[in-house]
Design a protein around this ligand. Structure first.
Ligand code: PLP
Length: 392
């Protein structure tokens, strides 16, 4: 099979090994608890589902405009007005198949071969691969758990070259759950703006920020820096709508047009029915999100207490999303030399599936998702704890 250099250059996901192993164990009849999930364990709210039914009944089943129906683009603009107080226009919004396609379109529209993109690590798995697929060079910027895995302008400056074209920031973060305050986020953005570096701000978890922390966004800087900032968001996490595939990007109208061109030649509009539901979500009640948040906070606190009782584990308190990212290299002993080895051991002996930190650019850590019910979570943490204890 003759595959393109492009696809051969992309690393296979490090989660594949663990998933394959989990499936093998399940096939043998062994119970496996997965803490590897990247989606809320709540059903999509009823009013959002009703809007889909209504769209179907009304026959809203045809192609729509590529960047989204005007009603939805206006609703997205309204989101930025409601939560961040900025005046955005529908023409500054494109709706895509998840935040993921929004990011993909952005990279395709902005990156030229050889352009360097600063990617603070730990990073969401798809950033480096997507940058590479656009011909760019991902340059990772390592961070430390003792500093809540947050980058500083000094960290970024060390990795900047005259080929640096873009910076990706993600807050709260997948995989760490750590979160920049508005002040710190703006400090980083201003560093980039002053140097002509484009900033992509992935804010897909912005509604899942836990008090006393507050959501942070680069949208307040957007009106004055439209040519250098794009904000990515979507409904997957905030409305438990991962399967509906609704994401959006706030960007300069010329960039929205460029992304529309790419999307128009690849996937066209997102599902017409999902668009109607997205309007219902964005313009309706946000009570659901508040309830979901309360539940996540309780689970986070319980999981964090347990994790911190394991000797040698370092884990900052996440202020958002639904992940913990403990540093566990104190348990790399004998034949276990990295995060994949430790995850395999925990799966083999504890029956719990986790994602190795290597997948996110930090091989000292593991990612634990707490998007599942508290009892199962407690049971899984017990099992992980037993495996770790046996290793010391
Ligand atoms: N960005 C981050 C940090 C994510 O964790 C995810 C999903 O896991 C996405 C973007 C993409 O989300 P979606 O394409 O489901 O909207």
């Amino acid at each position: 099979m003759h595959l393109s250099d492009r696809v051969l250059g992309v690393k296979p996901s490090a989660t594949l090994t663990i998933n394959a192993k989990a499936q093998e164990l399940r096939a043998q009849g062994r119970p496996v608890i997965s803490l590897a999930v990247g989606e809320p364990d709540f059903p999509t709210p009823a009013h959002v589902i009703e809007a889909a039914k209504e769209a179907l009944n009304q026959g809203f089943t045809r192609y729509t405009a590529v960047p989204g129906i005007p009603e939805l683009r206006r609703a997205v603009a309204g989101y930025f007005q409601q939560f961040y107080g900025i005046e955005a226009e529908a023409e500054q919004v494109i709706v895509s198949n998840g935040g993921k396609q929004g990011l993909y379109n952005l990279f395709q529209a902005l990156i030229n071969p050889g352009d360097e993109v600063l990617v603070p690590a730990p990073y969401w798995v798809s950033y480096p691969a997507m940058v590479q697929l656009a011909g760019g060079v991902p340059v990772t910027v390592p961070t430390e758990p003792e500093r809540e895995f947050l980058v500083t302008v000094e960290d970024l400056e060390r990795k900047r070259t005259d080929r640096t074209r873009m910076l990706i920031v993600n807050t709260p973060s997948n995989p760490t759950g750590c979160h920049y305050s508005q002040e710190r986020l703006e400090e980083i953005a201003r560093w980039a703006l002053d140097r002509g570096i484009f900033v992509v701000s992935d804010e897909i978890y912005d509604r899942l920020v836990y008090p006393p922390a507050q959501p942070a966004s680069l949208s307040p800087l957007f009106p004055d820096h439209q040519e250098q900032i794009a904000v990515v968001n979507g409904l997957a996490k905030s409305f438990a709508m991962t399967g509906w595939r609704v994401g959006y990007v706030l960007a300069h109208p010329a960039l929205v047009k460029a992304m529309t061109k790419i999307q128009g030649q690849s996937t066209s509009n997102i599902c017409s029915i999902a668009q109607k539901s997205a309007v219902a979500a964005l313009t309706g009640s946000w009570e659901f999100v508040e309830l979901m948040k309360k539940s996540f906070v309780q689970r986070r606190d319980m999981a964090l207490r347990t994790l911190r009782s394991w000797p040698g584990v370092v884990c900052p308190e996440p202020a958002g999303a639904f992940y913990l990212f403990p540093k566990v290299d104190a348990y790399f002993t004998g034949s276990i030399t990295d995060s994949t080895g430790l995850c395999t051991e925990i799966l083999d002996r504890g029956g719990v599936a986790l994602v190795p930190g290597a997948a996110f650019g930090d091989d000292r850590c593991l990612r634990i998702s707490y998007a599942l019910d508290a009892d199962t979570l407690a049971d899984a943490l017990d099992k992980i704890g037993s495996v770790l204890t046996s290793l010391r």
